[in-house]
Ligand binder design. Structure first.
Ligand code: F6R
Length: 242
């Protein structure tokens, strides 16, 4: 693991954004795996600025998002579809036909998940996968469990994830299920960049980096990937920096 501890979220957005810009400029039809949540927002902002300054174009980029809630309309402002449009895609020159996000309202979730994996495979796999990490060590919505998951699947969200994300659903209508790429899908990405910021991630980061590789902390599997960069701010790195 290539662990890089930087001072601020802005420093991480710049460092991470520059990697994306360099890779996209090398391969304009790159396939990106994208994440939602609070963590990648500064990186998306950095990339939007770079696009506006003519440093990068997303015209030929294909994207696959990690996950989407079930039983939530796409138009709901809390869907990951809306998140991606509002925080990134609507502000750059992404070709909307190349944007892929699992359909959490698909009638046949199993079929939707299998089709999603097939689309990723048909595109030649993901070149760079961006990840955040949950306070419980989840990546995507792969919650702590007894075994590592494989391909895209429908998951019941853990109590800890519901607690963390319910701030976005003040009316108490937080979805209980999601479709998520599995650990196997994530590990197939050629390059992985994980960002963790803030003190709430201290223990998850410590287990991911120093703990045994175990599905009890799904992110620990990244120790087995041979091209992974972990960007941490000083708060998230407090335990591992000791
Ligand atoms: C988001 C995702 C999740 C988040 C994680 C951290 O697509 O798959 O694993 O990356 O829950 O969320 P934040 O960044 O909000 O702390």
């Amino acid at each position: 693991m290539d662990i890089r501890v930087l001072k601020t979220k802005a420093d991480i957005a710049k460092a991470c954004g520059e990697i994306f810009i360099e890779e996209i400029n090398k391969k304009s039809d790159i396939v990106l795996g994208l994440a939602t949540g609070a963590t990648p927002l500064p990186t998306y902002e950095y990339l939007i600025d770079a696009y506006k300054n003519g440093r990068v174009s997303f015209k030929e980029v294909t994207s696959f998002n990690l996950d989407e809630y079930c039983d939530l309309a796409r138009e709901n402002e809390n869907s990951y579809y809306s998140y991606m449009l509002n925080n990134f895609f609507n502000h750059v020159d992404m070709d909307k036909s190349r944007i892929n996000i699992p359909d959490g309202n698909a009638k046949d979730a199993e079929k939707e998940c299998a089709a999603y994996d097939k689309m990723i495979e048909d595109m030649g796999g993901i070149d760079i996968q961006l990840l955040g990490i949950g306070t419980n060590g989840h990546i995507g919505f792969n919650e702590p469990s007894d075994e590592f998951t494989d391909a895209t699947f429908k998951v019941k969200l853990s109590d800890s994830t519901i607690e963390s994300n319910s701030i976005y659903f003040p009316d108490g209508d937080m979805p209980r299920y999601a479709l998520t790429m599995g650990i196997g899908s994530i590990m197939k990405a050629k390059k992985i960049i994980l960002i963790a910021t803030g003190a709430a991630k201290i223990d998850a980061v410590d287990k991911m980096v120093n703990g045994e590789v175990s599905p009890a902390c799904p992110a620990s599997i990244l120790q087995n990937h041979d091209d992974v960069i972990i960007f941490l701010d000083e708060d998230a790195a407090a335990k591992i920096n000791k």
